[in-house]
Design a protein. Sequence first.
Length: 147
Amino acid sequence: MPGESQSIAQGGVQKMVGFWDWFLKRAGYWDNKLLEAAKNGDLIKVQTALEKGANPNTKDEYGWTPLHWAAFWGRVKIVKLLLECGADPWIADNGGHIPLDYAKDSAIRSLLESALRNSYSEVPRMQVNEAARVDNGDIERKSNENE
């Protein structure tokens, strides 16, 4: 039947499209496209890459995430979209700088500062690590006080 073969063909095409979407995501294609779009300030391509499954926290060879690039170039809408899609404002580049360190635009600084205040990515871990550090001298003094 003509309708049946057309339906089977469409199913095959859908499977191939699904396979290529999976393959491109697995190969890092969309992550690279996201970095490139953030660098170039292309909001539509940023949105497309995120919809295709790009990691909003992917890094380039300098350790820069799309959020670093968008903050550096003053791309307010892209910064906002990346944050809404899970970009982590605490991720540092290879030099130890977070996106806020590169932001010159006041609107971007405000978005990033708000995201940092509302994010629990690094701050609690740092506080716990600081609290967990105990000076050996403190232990010795406390044990001497108890004797």
